[in-house]
Design a protein. Structure first.
Length: 272
């Protein structure tokens, strides 16, 4: 009787013993645990580094704040100061007397209050004798609560050689013209027209005292504080004939311009 296959001795195994299963590898079993521990340590190190950087930044800011001057740590808005002892202020007061009603500084910028009738002479002196050849701009302002002079004209002047900037202020009210300074600075032409257009302040001796942004006949002055925020019904100045006496632009002040007629609208010539 032949031997059963199961009873045959296994090759390579003495005494016919079957191979034993491999013993568990403790190193492989511990690998995931070690990886998790390393990842946790790396995350903790990153958090600690971020916290340390934030603390260092906060410390640096605190030290920088402590090193500031008291006025820097608790800043206070500058106030108006009388320009006592300023050479330019003394020179203008000496030359024009009551024409210069005030000379003050705000944030180290020199500001003069000038009477309207003296603005041309003061401007000419500043340009020719004190080097303020550049008229940077002329602006308007409206203070409706001021009874005596609710409007201001503000002149920004610059001395190129000394890199020195000053301002002149002229107060006025409704119906009182301010002398034009176009004769002193030609660049005052359009800014003065814009002030008239937006605030209604007129400039005497101006070569072309007409509106520059709005059309002639526009009803009102858009930058006045009492101008309606919702606007006004002014119509269009190019069609003044299409409005009655109580609507649209101020009656009789439109430009009178009309669009040209198309050839179809032209009347046919009469036959002779």
């Amino acid at each position: 009787m032949s031997e059963r296959e199961d009873d045959k001795p296994q090759q390579g195994h003495p005494n016919g013993d079957r191979p034993m299963p491999d013993a568990p590898d403790d190193t492989k079993a511990d690998a995931p645990v070690v990886a998790d521990a390393e990842a946790e340590a790396a995350a903790k190190a990153a958090v600690d580094a971020k916290a340390a950087a934030a603390a260092a930044k906060a410390q640096a800011l605190a030290e920088a704040e402590a090193a500031k001057e008291p006025w820097e740590r608790d800043p206070v808005a500058p106030g108006w100061q009388e320009a006592e002892g300023d050479p330019l202020a003394e020179a203008l007061k000496s030359s024009f007397g009551a024409g210069v009603t005030a000379a003050r500084t705000f944030a180290d910028e020199l500001v003069f209050d000038i009477k309207s009738e003296a603005i041309q002479a003061v401007g000419k002196s500043l340009k020719e004798e004190h080097g303020f050849a550049l008229l940077v701009d002329i602006c308007g302002a409206h203070y409706p609560d001021r009874e005596e002079a609710p409007f201001e004209v503000v002149y920004h002047l610059y001395n190129l050689e000394q890199a020195h900037r000053i301002r002149l202020k002229v107060g006025t009210r409704e119906g009182i013209d301010v002398p034009s300074v176009v004769g002193v600075w030609k660049g005052a032409n359009w800014p003065e027209r814009e002030i008239y257009d937006m605030y209604g302040v007129r400039f005497s001796e101006h070569p072309d005292m007409t509106r520059i942004l709005m059309w002639e006949g526009f009803n009102g002055y858009p930058l006045r504080k009492d101008f309606p925020v919702e606007g006004v019904d002014t119509g269009a100045a190019i069609y003044p004939e299409s409005y009655g006496s109580e609507t649209g632009p101020v009656a009789g002040t439109g430009t009178g311009w009309k669009p040209p007629k198309s050839p179809e609208e032209e009347p046919a010539p009469e036959e002779t």
